[in-house]
Design a protein around this ligand. Structure first.
Ligand SMILES: NC(=O)c1ccc[n+]([C@@H]2O[C@H](COP(=O)([O-])OP(=O)(O)OC[C@H]3O[C@@H](n4cnc5c(N)ncnc54)[C@H](O)[C@@H]3O)[C@@H](O)[C@H]2O)c1
Length: 352
């Protein structure tokens, strides 16, 4: 299949990650780019030698030659654009999070399945070597049954990433960095949630119109208990997971790509091993240059995997089921914070 890509959105993530990655895979694969800011679309098309630019995304999805639509617009716009692209029988890559509500996620899932198309959500953090190693160690039963998971997903506020204010809507922080952490948890833990309870929102009284800080508790059907904190209030950029099993522990600093497995009680020697791990990882990341671009480095294997799944008609690495589960947890956390109630996952899913 001759692949032609149309990109919708010419913002920060497209310029820094999508376009440099597509260009690396094949210099003339991207046929067109759309942004409601026509000047930006023009500027980016010139910078990356893209033949067509437009301010109307429909021109992209109506182009019969384009078979993959790559959507990287603000999250609140994803649903409308995805549904329009499905109507035109396009395969879709969309930035995380898939959409804004579980109801929208179900509509997307049904429509994708009905039309026999492929859709994936960009969860590039799955490709960090420390995450892949964790997946392998858990699958090999090296830490036994996972008893509990503690996670941290902190990002900066106001966002230094984009100048757009679209992130600051209703459930705010839940839809920023957290979807990456939730994706890792559901991928590593391979179980559906049973109950979800969340507290926070605007917990330190900043009188914002949106959530800035939240703690989420999840009980999974396989018995794993999980606690996650996500915040815009610490000014840090952190993505961490501590995974505790009946036969050992794994401590992950995803952003720093460090992995530490401990069996038995944590001792000062483990602290020394952690230090060595961090130094080794830092040197490797400087040598392969991933240190300078962080998570953007992992767009390459992600995009290549999607092309392979189209070629061989297999499931994408991040499936629509994964995305739906992620959305359900975000939705449940939002409902739980708003109503101060425990949300039963099956009841929530059963509504749709
Ligand atoms: N996977 C990751 O690590 C990662 C990192 C950053 C952002 N993201 C995601 O990428 C998406 C975009 O984020 P960003 O930081 O690039 O945002 P941004 O605000 O920098 O860029 C968004 C662009 O979309 C354009 N746009 C808005 N509505 C449009 C429409 N209807 N049609 C065409 N263009 C439209 C805007 O003009 C803007 O240029 C979000 O969903 C975000 O969550 C993912």
């Amino acid at each position: 299949m001759m692949v032609k890509i149309g990109i919708i959105g010419a913002g920060a993530i497209v310029r820094r990650a999508h376009l440099p990655t597509w260009k690396k895979i094949s210099p003339d694969m991207v046929k067109a780019i759309a942004d409601i800011d026509l000047n930006l679309a023009k500027k980016v098309s010139e910078e990356f030698s893209i033949p067509i630019y437009t301010d109307d995304y429909k021109e992209i999805i109506n182009d019969p030659e384009i078979n993959i639509v790559d959507i990287a617009t603000p999250t609140p716009t994803h649903f409308e654009i995805i549904m329009a692209a499905i109507d035109q029988k396009k395969n879709i890559i969309v930035e995380k999070p898939l959409v804004l509500t579980l109801e929208e996620a179900f509509k997307v899932k049904r429509s994708i399945e009905k039309n026999g198309l492929k859709l994936t959500v960009i969860q590039n953090y799955r490709y960090y070597p420390c995450v892949i190693k964790t997946k392998m160690r858990i699958s090999m039963d090296k830490i036994g049954q996972v008893v509990s998971i503690n996670g941290l997903a902190h990002s900066k506020f106001p966002s230094s990433w984009t100048r757009g204010k679209w992130l600051y809507h209703k459930a705010g922080v839940l839809y920023d960095f957290l979807p990456h952490l939730i994706d890792l948890i559901i991928w590593l833990n391979k179980s559906d949630p049973k109950y979800i309870y969340a507290i926070g929102g605007d917990s330190i009284g900043q009188k914002m119109d949106f959530f800035t800080n939240a703690q989420i508790l999840i009980e999974f059907k396989n018995g794993t208990l999980c606690s996650v904190n996500t915040s815009w209030l610490t000014g840090s950029n952190i993505l961490r997971l501590d995974i505790h099993g009946t036969g050992g522990h794994i401590f992950l600093d995803v952003k720093d790509n460090t992995f530490l497995e401990v069996h038995g009680t944590f001792t000062p020697i483990d602290n020394f091993r952690r230090f060595l791990n961090e130094i080794t990882s830092l040197m490797k990341r400087i040598a392969n240059k991933s240190f300078f671009i962080g998570p953007i480095y992992y767009y390459l294997p992600f995009f290549k995997d999607f092309l392979t799944c189209l070629e061989f008609d297999t499931l994408p690495k991040v499936t629509i089921e994964d995305a739906l589960k992620n959305m359900a947890i975000l939705d449940a956390a939002k409902i739980s914070i708003e109503n101060n109630e425990v949300v039963k996952f099956d009841d929530l899913i059963g509504k749709f």
